[in-house]
Design a protein around this ligand. Structure first.
Ligand code: GDP
Length: 191
């Protein structure tokens, strides 16, 4: 699958304010700082997604139109330590509303830092994904920070941890070296 064109189609701040569905819709979620914006930019091959130097600020749902017919949806990162109670509530309302409202949501890419095991917030996200019965793949980010040995250890460990969550496909990537990026794109498009 070749990504020929990408445009930021709509930025949504309020539940319900979504665009009409397109062909395929794939949503990206993960803890704040997991490398989501950097990964999206690596997929797009341009700096469209804003990297979160101020993580708490990215509270919108961004719809990117791919090849004029699919949506990649960038959901706000979770688990930002300094987020206020009110911000967290708003975030939860937006995400759960989005999950509920998009029957054509084909796939979630759940981003996990390849260096760390599942965190409490990731487990909460997994519970939501399961509750809304949305298919997902686990994308392990920043794999360039691990040696080959360390990565295979982490892969085993993620595989075990994710067994209780339906043993999703696990895709290791590095936005920095681009390792795994084209494989990931093919997986997202079911190729
Ligand atoms: P977000 O909050 O999930 O959008 O995370 P960002 O994309 O802003 O990335 C957080 C930090 O991780 C930044 O300092 C990035 O440069 C760094 N980062 C992201 N992806 C990679 C990667 O593949 N390799 C390395 N080494 N660093 C990365």
């Amino acid at each position: 699958m070749l990504i020929k064109s990408v445009e930021l189609y709509k930025t949504v701040f309020k539940p319900g304010d979504y665009p009409e569905p397109k062909e395929r819709e794939i949503a990206f979620v993960g803890r704040s700082n997991v490398g989501k914006s950097t990964l999206l930019n690596a997929i797009f091959r341009r700096g469209l997604a804003h990297t979160s130097s101020t993580p708490g600020k990215t509270r919108s749902v961004n719809f990117y139109l791919i090849n004029s017919k699919h949506f990649f949806v960038d959901l706000p990162g979770y688990g930002y330590a300094k987020a206020s109670h009110q911000e967290i509530k708003r975030w939860q309302a937006l995400i759960t509303d989005y999950f509920k409202s998009r029957p054509n949501l084909n796939l979630i890419a759940l981003l996990l830092d390849s260096r760390h095991n599942l965190q409490k917030k990731d487990l909460e996200m997994l519970q939501w994904i399961q509750y809304y019965s949305i298919p997902f793949v686990a994308v392990l980010t920043k794999t360039d920070k691990l040696s080959g040995n360390q990565l295979s250890k982490m892969l085993n460990s993620f595989r075990k941890e994710l067994e209780t969550w339906g043993s999703p496909l696990i895709v290791p990537v590095s936005a920095k070296t681009r390792k795994g990026i084209s494989e990931l794109i093919n997986i997202l498009f079911g190729k």
